[in-house]
Design a protein around this ligand. Structure first.
Ligand SMILES: *Cc1c(COP(=O)(O)O)cnc(C)c1O
Length: 366
């Protein structure tokens, strides 16, 4: 399996990888997105020619020109996924086909070319194989993969670019939030800013959505909160999602609820997996709108027992407190709820190959 070339991908090993002892040191407690592996994958696209020059090679700088379209009009999309260390020392991706399809959907919305699913999968799998020594094995850690695509045409005219670069880089990661894997976060209700409007780019995974959310995140930080929760742009009352995570609510009858995918919410693969796992457990999951005022009323009456955020980077994160200009409430005892903990364990055990995989979600790469 070691040096299998998939699709038309060419492979060049980094002649100067980070030495093993230095790599071990960097793997000890990596801050999110600060430590990078020895390799990266790149594929180029040119109108008329299609996808070409697919390779996995040494990680390095990307040649750029100041007039590259991405610098001016933000035609850029990305993905986030993880490779997990398996109990037998192997490595597996989690539902990479879902990331490949979402990448195609994001590309469509941003008027970019569609990267074939087999090329996406080959680039990610081959990068994981080459950088296998970088997959950490500690609890809650994994190798985070970041595929992304940007407009590289050198032109200032406003139009979809004719040239693109697709790239995948990788970072070993531990727990996303500093408080540790099961610490509850406090979230800030943004009533001055929205993340996505109907017809906008809310369901595409594009850098522009993040750029637009940073000022709200900065407000949350100023208010002593960890994350921001966005309300819908039309009525300003329906809960949508956090800046980069979907949200779930757990009620006293043991049922779960999460906002429906109506076009302004990012369709999270963690969200989808948790809905499936919860239903496998016999739990009721509703995909229905939930208002911020109802959330406060239900938290105060005790009808709402738990709430959590979820996404690839932060996995499942309990929400302990909610604050805003007009809201202030604690959920349950302010810590990690029982069902939140149980669902998280079910997901993490499956991802790490410690539990059965009835849906065939694990994609073993070596
Ligand atoms: C990536 C992302 C999520 C989570 O998606 P996963 O596939 O679960 O990682 C949620 N919201 C936003 C805005 C995102 O960009």
């Amino acid at each position: 399996m070691n040096n299998v070339v998939e699709s038309t991908l060419s492979i060049e090993k980094n002649p100067n990888p980070v030495p093993a002892d230095e790599r071990a040191r960097r793997l000890e407690n990596p801050a999110f997105g600060r430590v990078f592996t020895d390799h990266m994958a790149t594929i180029r696209y040119t109108e008329g020619k299609g996808w070409h020059d697919a390779k996995v090679g040494p990680r390095g700088v990307i040649p750029s020109d100041p007039a590259m379209q991405v610098f001016h009009y933000a035609q850029e999309i990305f993905e986030g996924m993880k490779a997990y260390r398996l109990p037998d020392g192997g490595g597996a991706l989690f539902r990479p086909d879902a990331n490949a399809r979402r990448f195609q959907n994001s590309a469509k919305r941003l008027a970019m070319p569609s990267l074939p699913e087999d090329l996406f999968l080959a680039s990610v799998r081959e990068l994981v194989r080459l950088d296998r020594e970088w997959i950490p094995s500690g609890e809650g850690s994994a190798l985070y993969l970041r595929p992304f695509m940007m407009a590289t045409e050198v032109a200032l005219g406003v139009k979809p670019a004719a040239e693109y670069l697709y790239c995948v880089i990788a970072c070993p990661v531990g727990a996303y939030f500093k408080g540790g894997a099961s610490a509850a976060v406090t979230i800030w209700v943004s009533d001055s800013y929205t993340r996505a409007a109907p017809g906008g780019t809310g369901e595409a995974k594009c850098g522009g959505n993040y750029a637009a959310s940073l000022v709200a995140q900065a407000e949350a930080t100023r208010e002593g909160c960890d994350q921001v929760v966005f309300l819908d742009a039309v009525e300003r009352r329906w809960i949508e999602e956090l800046g980069g995570m979907n949200v779930f609510f757990v009620f006293e009858d043991g049922s779960l609820q999460t906002p429906p995918l109506t076009g302004t919410i990012l369709p999270g693969i963690t969200r989808d997996s948790l809905i499936t796992l919860a239903r496998d457990m016999g739990l009721t999951v509703r995909e229905e709108p939930y208002s911020i005022d109802q959330w406060q009323a239900d938290a105060r009456s005790g009808r709402l027992r738990e709430a959590f955020a979820c996404g690839t980077a932060a996995v499942v994160t309990p929400i302990g407190k909610v604050k805003g200009h007009k809201h202030n409430f604690t959920i349950g005892n302010g810590g990690a709820g029982e069902l939140t903990t149980k669902l998280k364990a079910a997901l993490v055990d499956l991802q790490n190959g410690r539990a059965p995989d009835p849906h065939g979600w694990l994609d073993r790469v070596f």
